[in-house]
Design a protein around this ligand. Structure first.
Ligand code: KG4
Ligand code: ZN
Length: 375
């Protein structure tokens, strides 16, 4: 399918669509205004992200109650700033989109309730957006990527390979059976005393390390599917972490951990590409990586090589759109709005909401783990 023609479902008098999006599912309070042209091209008019990292740093991870309270305090100002920076008045906004899950329920409720109030007060349609669908469309914020495409979604809560066929039409090809890749980065960094958030800290430490000094286990060796597992790596790294005495040893372990995670992501993505290419016929082969872990340079480099080898175009959103942001939520909302897919004011906030509900129900193993339902 080419870039969808949004002039169909929408009123030509109001197209292009301008949507205010809100994101509050984890530790970022974010708001953005995105404009979706009838030809399917997106333009980010503003994207404001208020990070709560300082509120949670002392605890080495996100504390749900603190996050919910911080969202309540920040949301008004962040939304107001997004409108001001986009230089659009409420009268020029066509809809309000908010993450309705999956995520930390207290935070999701803050953003969704705010969006419901604004939609009601301004007489605008509401779009309840799946956070994962936001990540799925994030590459479309800056590039006119056509459907279908293959997506590796790798963040703190998710690690899955998806066949994205259209708006809300997603088939899951593989997912983690335990931790998400970002969660593995975070937990291993914590066991190595590298600070929070762990992914960027571990990447920095790895820069001066020798990845061959420590041998780490490979996951799911006998299998030929696209599933992931990081718990064995986490346990092995934690054991070695207890023996570290020098900065060089720490850097070497960080490099070995990063290489092991990259190797697994690249191997499973390669399998997914091989299978996808077989049934894709003449469609352009596009591989997109999204989610916070896509900020990692070694991950990008490994995937870039794997895609080049198989004739896939490789796309990774700019860093600001890899980690949680509201522009991706606004765009997912605008795409749904253009097709008339709006939500009622009774739309629930959902802590768990797999993108591909059919696959998740058929194989509930994939919904295990700490934040597993997200994965
Ligand atoms: O997408 P995101 O902002 O939030 C979730 O929905 O989870 O992703 C955050 C995750 C964290 O686990 C963080 O450690 C990881 O992305 N991350 C990284 C890097 N930057 C962020 N992991 C590895 N290397 C990085 N440079
Ligand atoms: Zn996310």
């Amino acid at each position: 399918m080419p870039i969808p023609d949004y002039s169909r479902g929408s009123d030509p008098a109001t197209a292009p669509l301008r949507v205010l999006g809100l994101e509050t599912s984890c530790d970022e309070t974010a708001a953005a205004v995105v404009r979706l042209a009838p030809d399917g091209r997106a333009e980010v008019l503003s994207s404001v992200v208020h990070s709560q990292i300082d509120d949670h740093a002392a605890y080495g991870g996100v504390v749900p109650e603190i996050a919910a309270r911080s969202h309540v305090e920040a949301i008004d100002g962040v939304a107001r700033r997004a409108l001001a920076e986009a230089d659009v008045a409420w009268a020029a906004i066509d809809g309000v989109a908010a993450t309705a899950g999956p995520g930390l329920i207290g935070g999701v409720m803050v953003g969704l309730s705010w969006a419901k109030g604004a939609a009601l007060a301004r007489g605008l349609p509401l779009v309840a957006v799946n956070h994962l669908e936001g990540h799925a469309v994030s590459a479309r914020l800056t590039e006119p990527v056509a459907y279908p495409f293959l997506l590796l979604l790798v963040s703190g809560g998710h690690c899955q390979l998806l066949d994205v066929r259209g708006v809300g039409e997603v088939r899951r090809l593989g997912a983690t059976i335990d931790d998400a890749a970002g969660e593995a980065f975070d937990k291993i960094a914590k066991s190595m005393g590298l600070g929070y958030p762990g992914g960027p800290a571990l990447e920095r430490a790895a820069a001066t390390g020798d990845a061959t000094r420590y041998e780490l286990p490979r996951a799911l060796l006998g299998r030929k599917d696209c599933d992931f597992s990081f718990s064995g790596l986490k346990t092995a790294a934690a054991r070695i972490a207890q023996t570290l005495t020098t900065d060089q040893e720490r850097a070497d372990l960080a490099a070995a951990v990063q290489a092991a995670i990259v190797r697994q992501l690249v191997e499973r993505s390669g399998r997914a590409m091989d299978g996808w290419a077989e049934d894709a016929g003449g469609a352009e082969r596009v591989f997109v990586v999204a989610g916070g872990v896509a900020a990692n340079k070694a991950v990008r480099a490994g995937l870039e090589q794997a895609t080049a080898k198989r004739g896939f175009r490789f796309l990774a959103p700019p860093l600001a759109y890899c980690t949680d942001n509201a522009a991706m939520i606004a765009l997912a909302g605008a795409e749904r709005l253009a097709l008339g897919l709006t939500s009622g004011l009774d739309a629930p906030a959902r802590p768990r909401w797999p993108l591909d509900e059919a696959a998740a129900l058929a194989d509930p193993m994939h919904v295990a783990g700490r934040k597993g339902a997200k994965a």
